[in-house]
Design a protein. Structure first.
Length: 556
């Protein structure tokens, strides 16, 4: 495409397209509007939770920027699942599935209406990776705008987040806090619009999107309710039209070096393990080679330099005050870990963007290169006879590196909470939750309710957890997820028994059970796969087509 031959002319220009123009006129677009570049606004606004609640208003500012730059905005919506609301229920199984639906729906609308470019407005966890996947597929000028973090809540003179609520649930279940204390934490944790405030999945992916280059540097750091967000929206709208004129597309930005940059940003900020799933999927959509082992290679050589919750002290608005995501890019550059030549939507390289970072004097969120919080990053990939294809754990620097103990085996997440409440989980145990993988769940539920309860019950330092499901970015402790192959397809987790000794060694990168291969194979020979939990609808369709977590849990 060139400026003189926009894609949209195929649907808006010429006598044969009078019908299309008539339909557009009914929606308020005149002939002049239809001669301009048509810029979609893929909005993920919803009233179902705070993370995307502010996006309806933000879209109006994006529209202003598009019009000022000579384009015509056309807003459309897609689905969003609130992870924080569905957590711990059957509804959480829909969350990861929604990533594919988000990508599919954005692709269908943009491709079907032959738009010249689009802006993706994102918030809660699956909207950002889903949007980037759609950008890869369409490969037309496009830019991502993250709606921004929620501000922290306040309780007992300290900042709190949704993480504290889930940990309080566990503390309440075991009698460590009373009803009034739980209620006060619940009422004060989430003060308004915006995505969960720590370096949980939403902020992890927003950070990675800027370092990847598909979001304008500085746009995602601004919190959702900050008055500066309006100007950011207008700026991004204008940029979308500029991208069309320059014909700058995602394939020019999303390269293997750019992926490495993004993954290092997850490692250095102690980001969510969901980043592994999402970037494996993004790489696949971009036609780039990326394996689960690459995350270990990149993370192990990247120091942890950003002190954010859940493992650290600060929340995303604190990073904004310290210098924002640009300061993260600068630290990676100072450490010699940034592919500086990678292009971004601004037209500048990521190295140039890093040079423009402004660090607030005295800030404590992003530490100097020579004083890292931890010598290696937060992501660790484990392999062994319990996870031949790999498993993932996030280590923020305070967790123990090894654990050995007896397996306590559960066939679903739902059966674990009663065991915690009744004191059946003991120090030293390894809680195993199986049949929660991409196919077995289906949908690979996050388990913040369980992990929060373990920490809240005072077991965070003495109990480990292994699952073929996944974790919220708010999870902390020795919690190993994404174990592959998953139990539902005959992975080793399927034949574990209570009392089997499990050894976790994050230093050696191992996850093993004290069984020889002959015993594992003998148990597998007697094993029968459980019947699918869904036999119709989107859940069943997903279960039939989804790949291993080690491949990003993508559908084909």
């Amino acid at each position: 495409m060139t400026e003189s031959t926009p894609i949209s002319k195929n649907i808006t220009q010429g006598p044969s397209r009078a019908g299309a123009r008539a339909m557009y006129r009914a929606a308020g677009f005149d002939a002049d509007a239809l001669r301009n570049p048509l810029i979609g606004i893929a909005n993920t606004w919803t009233e179902l939770g705070p993370c995307n609640f502010g996006l309806r208003g933000l879209a109006e500012h994006v529209k202003t920027g598009i019009r000022q730059a000579g384009g015509t905005p056309l807003e459309f919506n897609t689905v969003v699942i609130s992870d924080g609301i569905t957590m711990g229920t059957e509804g959480m199984k829909t969350s990861l599935i929604s990533r594919e639906v988000i990508a599919d729906s954005m692709e269908l609308v943009v491709r079907g209406h032959m738009l010249d470019g689009f802006v993706a407005l994102t918030g809660c966890d699956k909207t950002t990776p889903g949007a980037i996947m759609a950008m890869c597929r369409l490969d037309i000028p496009s830019v991502l705008l993250y709606g921004g973090s929620i501000m922290p809540g306040r309780h007992d003179q300290v900042d709190i987040t949704i993480q504290d609520v889930y940990e309080a649930i566990g503390a309440h279940a075991t009698g460590r806090i009373d009803d009034d204390q739980l209620r006060l934490i619940e009422e004060n944790a989430c003060p308004g619009a915006g995505s969960c405030g720590g370096q949980f999945t939403a902020n992890t992916m927003a950070t990675a999107a800027e370092i990847l280059g598909v979001a304008l540097m500085g746009s995602g750091s601004v919190p959702a309710t900050d008055p500066r967000k309006e100007a950011v929206g207008t700026q991004v709208g204008g940029l979308a039209v500029e991208l069309v004129h320059r014909n700058l597309t995602p394939s020019q930005i999303i390269t293997r070096p750019a992926l490495d940059n993004a993954i290092r940003s997850i490692a250095t900020t102690g980001g969510s393990t969901n980043g592994v799933l999402h970037f494996l999927a993004i790489a696949r959509e971009a036609g780039l080679e990326l394996d689960i082992e690459d995350f270990q290679t990149l993370s192990s050589s990247t120091p942890l330099m950003v002190d954010l919750k859940p493992g650290g002290r600060f929340v995303a608005p604190d990073l904004d005050k310290a210098g924002g995501i640009a300061l993260v890019a600068r630290r990676l550059k100072e450490a010699g870990l940034l592919h500086e030549e990678a292009l971004t939507v601004s037209g500048r390289t990521i190295g140039q963007e890093a040079d423009h970072a402004v660090e607030t004097p005295g800030q404590q969120v992003v530490v100097p290169v020579d004083k890292p919080l931890k010598k290696s990053g937060g992501l660790v990939v484990l392999k062994g006879n319990l996870a031949p294809e790999g498993a993932v754990v996030k280590l923020a620097g305070h967790e123990r590196a090894q654990h050995q103990g007896p397996a306590r085996v559960f066939d679903s997440e739902d059966s674990v909470m009663p065991a915690i409440e009744q004191g059946q989980i003991q120090p030293g145990d390894v809680v195993v939750i199986r049949y929660e993988g991409p196919k077995g769940g289906p949908g690979m539920r996050e388990m913040l309710a369980v992990t929060g309860a373990i920490v809240g019950a005072g077991l965070g330092d003495s109990v480990a957890l292994v699952t073929d499901g996944r974790f919220s970015g708010a999870t902390r402790g020795l919690m190993i997820g994404h174990a592959a192959p998953e139990a539902a397809v005959g992975g080793p987790l399927a034949v574990l028994q209570d009392g089997d000794t499990i050894t976790i060694d994050t230093t050696a990168g191992r996850l093993d059970v004290a069984l020889d291969e002959a015993e594992i194979q003998a148990r597998l020979a007697a094993w029968e796969a459980p019947p699918p939990r869904y036999t119709s609808g989107v859940m069943a369709k997903y279960a039939r087509s989804v790949s291993s977590a080690a491949q990003g849990a993508v559908t084909s």
